[in-house]
Design a protein around this ligand. Structure first.
Ligand SMILES: [Zn+2]
Length: 321
């Protein structure tokens, strides 16, 4: 009675849906693949004697036993081999990670080869030539000059950018911008040095004192960036605001676009070895100038050439180096 009710309640589509057909299809496929049908009739047996059967059974038992022994032995061997391989891999892996961690330490503790190469490359480029109290001008330094203002010359390689900077400064509203000093020959630098020295000697200072005082104001010949032809002192033609006015502010903020930096900023005297000079701008190339402008580094810091011997700065000097 209950079965009849269940059959009546069963929806008619359940009996003829796709699922119900599938097992038949599987059986059909199995037959096509050569597998025996589940209910295939076994072949008719022939009568056999019992002795061959016993031998066959013994052989079968021996083979199965031998097979089992072989299988177990092989498994143990494989496992041992796998363990060894794993151990080797672990050792290699731990060595690799140790090496990696050592490499990491090296990278943290010392500059990488890339950094060192980059610094060497920078220091070797002409526009980043470092000249200060401890880095005299290279003996083989040669300069081809171009006049950029009335009897003012700079290295021909920077002339276009220099003139563009002055022109844009003027266009920004500073039509009183003036190039006060640019390239100086070694002889001129020597003359300036001698002139200061003589004045101090005339004032009664000893030679040693006079030299020390001159050194506060004038770069020792051979150590002035003006001799490179890559630096200029830029101010207003109105000398009332010569040294620290809106022109220097504009140049400080915009000079890097033309490859120039304010070379001796305030607060960096211990690094540059030179007093603060708002008017002295030095060409280093657009890339380096931009990086230094953004980082606040001076050239010594940028090149990694901070030198304690350069710490001879003073703020009491009279004029430009
Ligand atoms: Zn200068």
């Amino acid at each position: 009675m209950a079965q009849e009710q269940q059959q009546r309640r069963r929806p008619p589509e359940r009996r003829s849906n796709g699922n119900a057909q599938r097992p038949q299809g599987q059986r059909a496929n199995a037959r096509r693949n050569g597998a025996p049908a589940r209910h295939a009739r076994p072949e008719q047996r022939r009568p056999r004697s019992k002795a061959p059967l016993a031998i066959a059974m013994i052989l079968f038992f021996v083979l199965v036993t031998a097979g089992c022994i072989f299988f177990i032995t092989k498994c143990q061997s494989d496992q041992s081999s796998a363990n060894k391989t794993e151990a080797v891999e672990q050792t290699a892996s731990s060595q690799e990670s140790e090496t990696a961690s050592n490499t990491g330490k090296t990278a943290d503790d010392a500059p990488s080869t890339d950094d060192t190469d980059k610094k060497k490359e920078k220091a070797a480029s002409w526009e980043l030539t470092l000249v200060n109290k401890t880095h005299p001008i290279p003996d083989d330094w040669e300069v081809e000059l171009v006049e950029v203002a009335d009897e003012k010359y700079v290295d021909a390689r920077i002339a276009d950018q220099f003139m563009q900077m002055i022109e844009d400064c003027r266009a920004a509203g500073y039509d009183d911008v003036f190039v006060n000093q640019a390239y100086r020959s070694h002889e001129t630098q020597q003359e300036i040095w001698d002139q200061f020295l003589d004045e101090y000697l005339a004032e009664g200072y000893s030679e040693e004192e006079a030299e020390a005082l001159t050194g506060e104001s004038v770069a020792i010949p051979g150590t002035s960036e003006h001799e490179l032809g890559l630096a200029a002192d830029i101010c207003s033609i109105n000398f009332d605001e010569e040294y620290n006015g809106p022109i220097q502010t504009w140049l400080r903020e915009n000079g890097h676009k033309y490859g120039f930096i304010q070379r001796y900023p305030e607060g960096k005297e211990d690094v540059t070895g030179t007093k603060n000079e708002n008017w002295h701008f030095r060409y280093v190339g657009v890339e380096a100038a931009t990086e230094m402008y953004e980082s606040g580094q001076v050239l010594e810091e940028y090149l990694g050439e901070v030198d304690s011997a350069a710490k001879t700065a003073t703020t009491s000097a009279k004029t430009d180096e």
